[in-house]
Design a protein around this ligand. Structure first.
Ligand code: BGC
Length: 753
């Protein structure tokens, strides 16, 4: 009896749960429907001018990131419902002003405020490429979250980030903005960043819409020249350049931005294949696509359209929903419609996509939701954000060299000479793509000098000399620098690029350390003092002299507002560096493009003397200066005991891989363990290795841990000649490495039918 009543109770309970689930689903559906219905209701009331207005995005009056069209009638246009979105308009005061004007329009459709919040808002985080070297997905997600919390409190609804372009050419200045060369790592990071920006729910007050950009293949510009053409096989596109976009979509990215480049002759902005077939077709993207700055009009320069009329036709047909700054839609869509070149359904679809996001953001309910000055004040002065930025910065620093364990430095040193043009620099630390927040000056940025001062005690004296400028050939400061070095026990030298040498339109054919900075290093090394070099840059630089002669090198990139504190944390061992390069570092510019996942070719070079072999220059090593995945720690790790729970798997099965990693050194630390696969025989040639998993593990000194990975069909799949994603039966080599070159353990397994 007892058990019967128990069964009945259980059944009632289960039905209850089921009903609850059903009702949650129904509610969700109802809500979904409601938004669609609301969108349709608004659409029905809209005139053609108002519809086209929603597809228009203008720059506000300052902070331009492209050629500006002066337009004194902007306010009038907003009032007439002729503008759907503004960019480069930040702060609660300014966004409120514009939103108030939008509320005077007939239908009161709120404006969207978009901004390049790329690596932080007021609190600047490391440039994205630096963060990528942390391989720390939760940390990157949380960095994006902080950026969203600050930006949303300051009136911004939408960030033009993350940039998820794979980049294999460090001459291209925008490598600083992405996650490096690898599609697997790039996809994981894209996912984490979108989640971070958008938070739990797009409707939350502190969520900003993400924008996966630049769709697509922008990072493969020929010769690394920004905005240049891209010529690429479909296989490469699908295998390397598209996966991070797909990951961003899977994470729920609300918007995509297309790109300036042409892809195999068709500008991305007017590319149907990319936008209609892949993004909105095959992938089912429900958000909207914004053009890049003026890129609709720029199709005339590309030469595949004659005038703005044709440019607008090409872009709207291809699936570009919002026109950033070119005015081609505003000036031509009405005529295109009148000429029967397009159907109103094309415009309606674009408008609906945009309105839907405005509804999802809750802007129709409260257009001033993001314009609360008190909230802004609190969010922009939140000390947890600073702590977060400091931790992220420390995680992004790559230890490239540490001869005789020069680092970490002792806190008991009596005199340290801190030398170099970047030692006392303040704003430089922010890197490219920082945001000028109204009313905020640079005083909150911790310079490297300040960071060091904060760290050392009263018994340590810090000496300073600039030594030289970043650029130019003036060596008149060398003597002072040498004199300081001679007095000190240790020299720290901070050199590198200027922050605006990497970034948009910052391609360089010479990526060496500019000016006489390496000569300054030479002069300092001649004093016989140990020199620790900090290299500040937005891209992999070529610095063979430094690499070969300096005893210790930290690649610090641009680390943001907490740069100084984070660098000091690493220099003195309060944080043990763990970052690993997300891009291969070339030996010379002539070695570019260089990436680890190349093909074997018919004549694979295995060493620098293989002269009749591919991949080998007669005057250069076949290896990069520093490999993808490379980075040192103050401690050492040993890898052992690789086991696979089976050596043959069917496509439906999984192989469990285990190994042990031991911290064999003196310091606690983290290691990034990398799993690479090589498909030995495929219907197409396959890369010599491809990253397919990784784990970042913390180990106390002397501690060891068992690490597990799982190999499934997905990790074995690639795009075959017909662009079908397949896992082909055969043998796979499995490599566990501390970098793409430093393979510690190997085994193999077979995929069977
Ligand atoms: C860049 C985009 C950026 C846009 C708006 C363009 O020049 O390519 O990445 O989002 O400007 O600032």
């Amino acid at each position: 009896m007892k058990s019967n009543s128990y069964t009945i109770k259980k059944a009632i309970y289960s039905i209850g749960i089921l009903l609850q689930i059903l009702s949650i689903n129904q509610q969700a559906q109802a809500q979904h429907k409601t938004i669609d219905q609301k969108v349709n209701a608004v659409l029905k009331q809209m005139t053609l001018v108002e519809k086209i207005g929603q597809l228009n995005q203008y720059n506000d009056d300052w902070q331009a990131t492209g050629p500006v069209t002066l337009d004194s009638t902007k306010a009038e246009q907003v009032r007439n419902g002729m503008i759907g979105s503004l960019l480069n308009c930040v702060g609660t005061k300014r966004t409120r002003k514009w939103q108030e004007i939008a509320m005077q329009s007939r239908l009161k459709i709120p404006l969207l405020f978009g901004q390049d919040v790329v690596h932080g808002y007021k609190t600047t985080f490391p440039i994205p490429l630096a963060e990528a070297c942390s391989w720390d997905l939760p940390a990157m997600e949380s960095a994006a979250r902080v950026a969203a919390v600050e930006a949303s409190a300051s009136g911004i609804h939408w960030t033009f980030a993350p940039m998820v372009d794979i980049a294999r050419d460090p001459r291209w200045g925008r490598v600083m903005e992405g996650a490096g060369e690898d599609p697997y790592l790039g996809s994981k990071i894209a996912y984490a960043r979108v989640k971070g920006f958008q938070g739990k729910n797009l409707g939350d007050t502190n969520a900003v819409m993400a924008c996966a950009k630049h769709f697509a293949a922008y990072g493969a510009a020929i010769g690394g020249r920004d905005y240049n053409s891209v010529d690429m096989s479909d296989r490469l596109l699908w295998e390397v350049y598209l996966p991070p976009f797909k990951a961003a979509l899977d994470a729920g990215a609300a918007t995509f931005m297309n790109s300036f480049n042409d892809l195999n002759g068709i500008p991305a902005t007017g590319n149907r294949y990319l936008q209609r077939e892949i993004l909105k077709g095959k992938w089912g993207f429900k958000g909207f696509v914004v053009s890049d700055w003026g890129s609709i009009g720029e199709m005339i320069n590309h030469g595949n359209v004659k005038n703005e009329y044709e440019a607008a036709l090409s872009a709207i047909t291809a699936g570009s929903d919002m026109d950033m700054e070119s005015r081609c839609y505003k000036n031509n869509l009405t005529q295109l419609l009148a000429d029967n070149k397009i159907n109103i359904s094309l415009i309606d679809d674009a408008v609906k996509r945009i309105l839907k996001k405005k509804f999802e953001m809750g802007l129709f309910e409260d257009p001033f939701k993001f314009c609360n000055a008190q909230r802004e004040e609190a969010a922009l002065n939140n000390t947890t954000h600073t702590a977060n930025a400091r931790a992220m910065a420390a995680k992004s620093i790559v230890l490239l060299k540490n001869e005789n364990q020069l680092l970490p430095l002792s806190k008991n040193l009596k005199k340290i000479a801190f030398i170099g043009p970047l030692a006392k620099a303040v704003k430089q630390n922010k890197g490219f793509w920082d945001v000028e927040v109204p009313g905020v000056d640079s005083t909150f940025i911790v310079s490297q000098w300040q960071g060091l001062q904060n760290k050392v005690g009263i018994n340590t004296q810090l000496l300073y000399a600039k030594g030289c400028d970043i650029e130019g050939d003036d060596k008149s400061g060398f003597d002072e620098a040498i004199a300081m070095a001679n007095q000190a026990e240790v020299v720290i030298l901070s050199i590198g690029e200027r922050r605006d040498m990497s970034g948009e339109a910052k391609s360089r054919s010479n990526i060496g350390i500019p000016g006489v900075q390496e000569e300054l290093l030479e002069a300092l090394l001649a004093t016989g003092k140990p020199v620790v070099v900090l290299i500040n840059a937005g891209r992999p630089l070529v610095f063979n002299y430094t690499a070969d002669h300096a005893p210790a090198i930290l690649y610090t990139w641009w680390l943001g507002s907490e740069a100084g504190n984070a660098i000091a944390d690493v220099l003195f061992g309060d944080y043990n560096p763990a970052a690993k390069l997300a891009m291969s570092f070339p030996r010379t510019v002539g070695q570019i493009p260089i990436y680890y996942s190349h093909f074997n070719t018919g004549r694979p070079a295995t060493n620098d003397n293989d002269r009749f072999y591919n991949s080998s220059y007669n005057d250069l090593s076949i290896y990069p200066k520093y490999a993808f995945g490379y980075g040192l720690s103050y401690t050492s790790f040993e890898y052992s005991g690789l086991t696979l729970n089976k050596k043959k798997m069917k496509a439906t099965e999984t192989i469990q891989v285990s190994l042990t990693v031991s911290n064999t050194g003196q310091y606690d630390g983290e290691e990034i363990i990398q799993l690479y696969l090589h498909d030995k025989v495929g219907s197409l040639a396959r890369p010599v290795k491809e990253l397919k998993d990784f784990a970042k593990v913390f180990l106390k000194a002397g501690e060891k841990k068992t690490i597990q990975f799982f190999i499934n069909q997905d990790k074995l799949s690639f795009y075959n000649q017909l662009l079908q994603r397949v896992a082909e039966p055969g043998e796979f080599e499995l490599m566990i490495g501390a970098s793409a070159e430093d393979i510690k353990l190997k085994d193999s397994f077979e995929l069977i039918k």
